[in-house]
Every structure is written in C-alpha cells, then in structure tokens.
Design a protein around this ligand. Structure first.
Ligand code: SF4
Ligand code: SF4
Length: 135
C-alpha cells in the first residue's frame, strides 16, 4: 500500500503507519532541533531531521516524498542518543525509507551501475547499500 496523497494533505493514516513501522511516536517531538544539531549529514539534507519530524508529526507524507533526507541519513544514531523526548529518529528515517521502497521504486538501480563502479566498491558497501536503497 502506498501513502500517495494530495500535496500538503494531512493524513492521520500516514502518522499511524509511520509510528507502526518505526515503533516510535512522532507526535511527541517538541521541535527543539537537537537532532539537526547532532546530525553529521544535515548539511547534505534537503530537509533537516527536525523539519522531517515536523512534517511527519502532522502527517504531511506527500511533502516527505522525493526528498533526500532519509536517503542521506547514515543511521549513526547521534540524534537518537540526544533527543530529549527519547525518540529513535534513526528508526523514523528507516521507516520513511521503507515507505518509499514499498512503492516499488528503488533509490538506486543496481542494473544501472557500471562494471567499473561495482569492481571498485568494497563488497560490504555494495551489500549494505542494496539493503538500504533497494526494495
Ligand atoms: S531532538 Fe527529538 S524532540 Fe527535538 S526536534 Fe529532534 S525529534 Fe523532536
Ligand atoms: S541517524 Fe541519521 S538523522 Fe540521525 S544523526 Fe545520524 S545521520 Fe543524522
């Protein structure tokens, strides 16, 4: 099931699905932005972790589609360790990746990678990347 909906549409269903997949309650976020301050990848992200949490807690799933934040997330858990509300933000990022991958779109296409790239990358990086970025 996809959560595609009109741009900007509020969706209690998308909040429920995100909470179910992540095991977290995004509604308890108090928007302190500690997660963004801790995130080593924030400068590379289109939306900061704080903004992603803000959109998620209002169920604005459509605004979370096609952004790079959860793909750039390195799952380092720095945000999770410091969140004053005890939210495991890394799990929320993983849930957002899962929601996107469940639409059937791969974030990277292994078949489009050149033989040179595959030969150069460490196998463990390839396997980890495919697990994270393909459906
Ligand atoms: S650190 Fe926690 S409470 Fe603060 S903005 Fe991030 S998710 Fe919300
Ligand atoms: S887990 Fe992801 S969002 Fe959290 S600090 Fe690390 S890279 Fe940033």
């Amino acid at each position: 099931m996809t959560l595609k909906m009109n741009a900007g549409a509020l969706s209690p269903e998308s909040i429920r699905k995100l909470n179910e997949l992540s095991g977290e309650n995004v509604k308890v976020c108090m928007q302190c932005a500690t997660c963004t301050g801790m995130c080593p990848m924030a400068a590379e992200m289109e939306f900061s972790p704080r903004k992603v949490m803000h959109l998620a807690q209002f169920g604005l799933q459509s605004k979370l589609e096609d952004i790079n934040t959860y793909w750039k997330c390195a799952s380092c858990h720095a945000c999770t360790v410091k969140c004053p509300r005890g939210i495991d933000i890394a799990k929320v990022m993983e849930a957002l990746r899962q929601l996107s991958l469940r639409t059937g779109k791969n974030h990277i296409e292994p078949s489009e990678m050149s033989a040179e790239t595959i030969a150069e990358l460490p196998q463990i990086a390839l396997v980890a990347g495919f697990r994270k970025l393909t459906s």
